[in-house]
Design a binder for this molecule. Structure first.
Ligand SMILES: NC(=O)C1=CN([C@@H]2O[C@H](COP(=O)(O)OP(=O)(O)OC[C@H]3O[C@@H](n4cnc5c(N)ncnc54)[C@H](OP(=O)(O)O)[C@@H]3O)[C@@H](O)[C@H]2O)C=CC1
Ligand SMILES: Nc1c(N[C@@H]2O[C@H](COP(=O)(O)O)[C@@H](O)[C@H]2O)[nH]c(=O)[nH]c1=O
Length: 354
């Protein structure tokens, strides 16, 4: 899996699932309170992306009043973008246009200094776009739509978090853009992590994506741990294409076993580990009494480049530093704290954990 930003998709829709109506005016679905929230979310990301058709129909500025404005990003196949659009003329921030290869020469000439035009392949490849954004230092990307872009990102399974706002009215126009069109979406239920009323609209916040799905599997694996006086942890190792290579849980073959070391021991020196991800319900240990080699060291020795975990190890036995040590060694470390309550629940037998 090539490195990509954390992707947060954000949309406001009517009760009947529309992002807009068919009139020329932009339809306001959010309440004032929700527009203020969206503004803050924008301030917390490195870049914000909309499709070229949203630029043509809404002429958005895509700035934030709450903090630093993010880099602006758009996608186009046709290359039909007006350099006078507010996307290009407002905000002292970088503007990136990912264009399908045939459109690049003409678009580069017409936009000039207004934006950087990047060749995104033919047809435009969203994974290539995301890899390029990561190389440019974009760690968090907000995708604001419209319909075609949300459909693209969701069906390509590159959305980590979804903010969906439901406004209390109907649009009822067949030709209006829906939140998403038809497509092959990832199977399974997303995890609802928050509902919030903001004026008369409701925000639904979901976790999505393969990291979240695999980490949840690791969390569920911990249920198989035999009774123990130490941490109950589950681990899953996947290859670059998200195939499961091995799993493990604490105490699987011996009471001293840690989940990550069990999973790693099943693989030995496997070349697929060079592009693998290890999912662990708990931060990998950085100090242990039971055996000489920590799970952090096992992961470093195995050459695994990505680690995803839910719960920071609390100071029950030692002061844990697994995440810091892995990051200092250049490994990508992703924390998904929304799943931590489930891990705490599986470890309520430990002193100080409720
Ligand atoms: N309520 C809300 O939260 C929001 C509502 N909206 C609304 O959404 C509507 C626009 O949505 P929509 O018409 O679907 O357009 P989009 O904004 O999703 O833009 C789609 C465009 O993206 C470009 N593109 C390039 N590659 C791809 C690909 N592989 N898949 C899809 N698009 C690609 C194409 O540009 P090109 O045509 O140049 O080739 C395509 O036409 C507007 O009415 C707007 O008001 C928009 C954002 C948020
Ligand atoms: N209408 C609508 C949204 N529309 C999004 O906001 C963009 C306008 O941005 P700006 O010009 O910076 O204010 C617009 O193009 C579209 O991407 N967003 C929401 O959260 N709620 C809404 O009701």
């Amino acid at each position: 899996m090539s490195k990509r930003p954390y992707v947060l998709a954000s949309a406001a829709m009517s009760l009947d699932g529309f992002l807009d109506d068919t009139s020329q005016e932009r339809l306001l679905l959010s309440s004032p309170e929700d527009f203020a929230r969206v503004d803050q979310v924008r301030a917390g990301v490195d870049a914000i992306l909309v499709g070229a058709n949203t630029i043509r129909t809404d002429n958005p500025r895509l700035l934030s009043r709450s903090g630093p404005s993010p880099v602006k990003v758009t996608l186009t196949t046709s290359g039909k973008l007006d350099p006078a659009a507010k996307f290009f003329t407002t905000g002292d921030v970088a503007k990136l246009v990912y264009a399908a290869s045939p459109a690049v020469p003409e678009l580069s000439a017409s936009l000039g200094d207004a934006a950087t035009v990047v060749d995104a392949g033919d047809p435009l490849d969203v994974h290539r776009v995301l890899a390029d954004l990561a190389e440019r230092g974009i760690g968090r990307l907000m995708v604001e739509g419209g319909s075609a872009v949300h459909t693209l990102f969701l069906t390509e399974d590159v959305v980590d978090e979804l903010h969906l706002v439901v406004a209390p009215f109907f649009v009822g126009q067949r030709e209006a853009p829906r939140f998403v069109g038809a497509g092959r979406f990832p199977q399974g239920r997303l995890m609802l992590v928050e509902t919030r009323q903001l004026g008369d609209v409701v925000l639904l916040r979901y976790l999505a994506g393969r990291d979240h799905r695999r980490l949840r599997e690791a969390v569920e694996l911990a249920e198989r741990c035999p009774p123990s006086a130490t941490f109950r942890v589950g681990a899953v190792i996947t290859d670059a294409s998200d195939n499961v290579l091995a799993t493990g849980f604490s105490g699987e073959t011996d009471p001293h076993d840690h989940a990550e070391e069990v999973a790693l021991a099943k693989l030995g020196r496997d070349p697929r580990l060079a592009e693998a991800t290890i999912y662990s319900s708990l931060e990998p240990c950085s100090e242990r009494a039971s055996r000489p080699v920590t799970c952090t060291q096992h992961i470093l020795d195995a050459g695994i480049p990505r680690v995803v975990f839910a719960w920071r190890e609390p100071d029950v036995f030692v002061h844990a530093q697994g995440a810091e040590l892995l990051r200092a060694a250049g490994r990508e470390v992703v924390e998904i704290p929304e799943l931590a309550p489930l891990v705490r629940q599986a470890n309520r037998h430990l002193p100080g954990v409720d």
